[in-house]
Design a protein around this ligand. Sequence first.
Ligand code: SAH
Length: 255
Amino acid sequence: MSRVWSEQAPGSVSLVGAGPGDAELLTLRAWRRLQTAEVLVYDNLVGPGIVDFAPVTAERIYVGKSAGNHTLPQEDICQLLLEKAREGKRVVRLKGGDPFVFGRGGEEMDVLLQQAVPVEIVPGITAALGAGASFGFPLTHRDHAQSCVFVTGHLKDQALELNWQALAQPNQTLVIYMGIHGLERIAAGLQGAGLAPETPAALVYRATWPEQRLHACTLATLAATAQRHGIKPPTLLVIGSVVALAAPERPSALV
Ligand code: SAH
C-alpha cells in the first residue's frame, strides 16, 4: 500500500489552510498538523473549534488580522514564525481558507525560506468554494459560466484599479474577496465595461460558519443591499448568473 501519512519536522513551519470556517472542511493533513503542533499561530478567519484540535500543551498565539486592523504587523508575524522555528518547534501557521489565496502565505514563505527555515504548504478550501457549496450555487456551470475569476478588492495602497474589461466578460463568475468597501466602484466599473445592471450578485457573509448569510441582489442594487443589511467582513461578493441558482432554503441533507 502506498504511504499516506507525512510528519512535520521539528524546526519547521507548516502554513496550513484552515478552510472557510466549518471545522469539518479541514483537510486530513491540516488536522494532523494541528495534532502535532507545538506552536500554533492563527488569525481571526479560523473557524470555531479548529484551534482545539491542537494539544492543550501547544503554545497558542493569536495574531488576528482584519483589513486595516492588524493585531500584529506582518513583519512581526514573520519574525515570530522564524523565532519559534529556530527554537526547534513544530510551528503551525493557521490561516483562513487557503494560505496562497489572498492570504499573504507567499510573503511568509519567502521570509522563512530566505532564512533557510523549512516550510510546507497545506492547502485549504478557499472561501469562494465554501460559499458555493453552502448556498448551493456552482461556480461554473455549462449553461452559465465557463470561467471563474478570483479578485481582491483591497489593494495595498487603497487604490482600486482593476481590469474592468477582463472582469466584465460574459459567461464568467466573479468572486471578489475583501471588496465590501469598494462596492460602488466595483458596480460602476463593471457596468461601465458592459455588464448589465440586472446581472445577479450576492453578498455572502461568513460562509460555512453557523451565522452564515447570503444576500441576493443585482449589480445595480449591490451597494444599497450591503448598506441595508449592514454588511461587514468577512464577506465575499459573487457576481454572475450562477448566483441565481443559490437556494439557501433547500431541504437539508443532514440528519
Ligand atoms: N485565504 C483566504 C482569504 C483571505 S482574504 C481564503 O482562501 O479564503 C480575507 C477575505 O476572504 C475576507 O475579507 C472575505 O472577503 C473572504 N472570506 C474569508 N472567509 C470567508 C467566509 N467564510 N465567508 C465569506 N468570505 C470570506
